[in-house]
Ligand binder design. Structure first.
Ligand SMILES: [Zn+2]
Length: 498
């Protein structure tokens, strides 16, 4: 009798000890205390909105490899230094990238010789030089059934395609402009005129290539209003001819990611590195205030608040401004290559990406289920500081921003989730992506909630999601239904078999 009782007592004592000192538990009291400080400081001293406004006014767009891009890199570097962060570095990279030169689209309605110029922009990855004269064929929304309907007459002609979906809709899901371009090429078109589906003379750019390489035919974008006009002319005259002339560059460019480091305060944890990154670069049609000024300037301010409050994260944090995201995740790919070369890639235990993150009210654990519990608990601490925070947690992996480069290495990633007003969203990649779309209080929400989550992760006893090995990463993408998309973008590294 004696012995079993003794064992039982020991078990009870051990169980209560592990409950009190479990290494997996976060210190919620300390978190709430620190989160209060973050909250107060950001609401009082937050500079994300103001510094983004200044960059939009004084620099303009932030196209990678351009003079403006260089100014933007320097702006971020200077700003981080002004926050008295000691370790701020450039990580230069050199890579071939596309940029626009000139483009024109002319149309002569009613069989006249009076060619009328239509306002137009080139999509990225279009040919270095292209001169096409051909009839226009209206392919509507440019979904597979729309192409099927005109397949007899499209060969050798220019396809006119809506970017969004306008009625009648012959399909369920819209395709990306690059996928519609691929279909146009497959059906023998010699050019593509994309009609924007946003009102107000809005022109849109972005890549027309599914693979990342240059495409063989010109692809341009016109406004919804120009599209209506051309369709009216076509109703009067079926064989309307268009002339597209374009020149672009595809050349080696130099750019620099900007990296600020706050070293981990704990000997045990400091080799583990958390990266919080977002792309500083933008397209060149406007100022990239939404894409991705709101994300990148939020990160700059998160770095500011960490330094201002002299926060002591256990793990090392790198605050990263990526360049070259728009041309194909160039900056984050360069960073992965650099860290692979210097054998430090395994130190990166987590990556938080902010791309158009606005008005955050929760987080996406990006398919890494192991993170949901910890992130929810940290979110509950945020809620204690600010009851307006919704702590919405989703868990779905997506592609096409800088986190993708880390995900391909098996590194767990996450992003804040929130909302952008639909009107503002219409300016995505467009000539109206300017500072007047940005809302100060919404940016403040992103900064303070993301700063709190970052602190929570950097000080957690453990990051529960571990780096996946080569084959586990493959299985992760299959499970997340991303294999096809990665194959399309030539990023699938695992061969044909599963
Ligand atoms: Zn973006």
């Amino acid at each position: 009798m004696k012995k079993p009782l003794h064992v039982l007592v020991t078990v009870i004592i051990l169980a209560s000890l592990t409950a009190a000192y479990s290494p997996k538990e976060i210190d919620t009291e300390e978190y709430v205390e620190t989160f209060k400080q973050i909250n107060e400081d950001v609401l009082k001293n937050g500079k994300a909105y103001e510094t983004l406004g200044e960059a939009c006014r004084t620099i303009g767009h932030r196209l990678t490899g351009s003079g403006n891009g260089k100014l933007a890199e320097e702006f971020a570097h200077t700003l981080l230094k002004s926050y008295e962060i000691r370790d701020v570095k450039y990580q230069p990279f050199q890579v071939e990238a596309w940029s626009r030169d000139t483009v024109s689209l002319s149309i002569a309605p009613r069989k006249s010789d009076n060619f009328i110029d239509v306002e137009v922009v080139s999509l990225a990855m279009t040919p270095v030089e292209s001169n096409v004269t051909a009839e226009i064929v209206d392919v509507g929304n440019g979904l597979e059934p729309d192409f099927q309907a005109v397949k007899e007459k499209l060969s050798g002609k220019v396809a006119m395609v809506n970017i969004g979906l306008l009625p009648p809709i012959k399909g369920t899901r819209n395709l990306h402009r690059s996928e519609k371009t691929a279909l146009a090429i497959q059906y023998g078109a010699t050019g593509v005129i994309f009609v924007n589906t946003v009102k107000g003379n809005v022109l849109l750019t972005g890549t027309a290539s599914v693979t990342g390489g240059l495409i063989a035919i010109p692809a341009v974008c016109i406004s919804l209003e120009s599209g209506d006009q051309i369709r009216k002319w076509m109703s009067e005259e079926p064989n309307l001819v268009s002339i597209i002339n374009m020149r672009n560059f595809s050349k080696m460019i130099k750019a620099r990611n900007v990296v600020a480091t706050i070293k981990g305060d704990s000997k045990k944890y400091r080799n583990e590195k958390i990266i919080i990154g977002g792309h500083l670069d933008s397209w060149d049609l406007a100022h990239g205030a939404l894409d991705n000024g709101i994300g990148s300037f939020s990160i700059l301010d998160i770095a500011r608040v960490f330094k201002a409050l002299n926060l002591k994260p256990k793990r090392t944090i790198e605050f990263v401004m990526f360049m070259g995201e728009e041309e194909g995740l160039l900056g984050s790919k360069a960073m992965i290559e650099r860290y692979t070369r210097n054998n430090s890639i395994d130190n990166v235990v987590f990556m938080m990406n902010l791309d158009m993150a606005n008005n955050a009210n929760g987080f996406n654990a990006s398919g890494r289920t192991e993170m949901v519990d910890l992130m929810t608990k940290i979110g509950e601490c945020i809620k204690k500081v600010d009851g307006n925070f919704k702590n919405t947690m989703i868990n779905q992996a997506g592609l096409h921003s800088d986190h993708q480069s880390f995900m391909l290495e098996g590194i767990p990633t996450a992003s804040p989730i929130g909302s952008i007003a639909p009107d503002a969203l219409g300016c995505y990649h467009a000539n109206c992506d300017k500072f007047d779309l940005v809302k100060k209080d919404e940016m403040l929400n992103t900064v303070r909630y993301t700063a709190m989550m970052l602190y929570g992760l950097a000080n957690a006893p453990e990051i529960p999601a571990k780096k996946l090995d080569f084959y586990a990463t493959r299985d992760f993408f299959i499970k997340q239904n991303l294999k096809k998309e990665l194959e399309l973008g030539r990023q699938w590294r695992w061969g044909a078999e599963e």
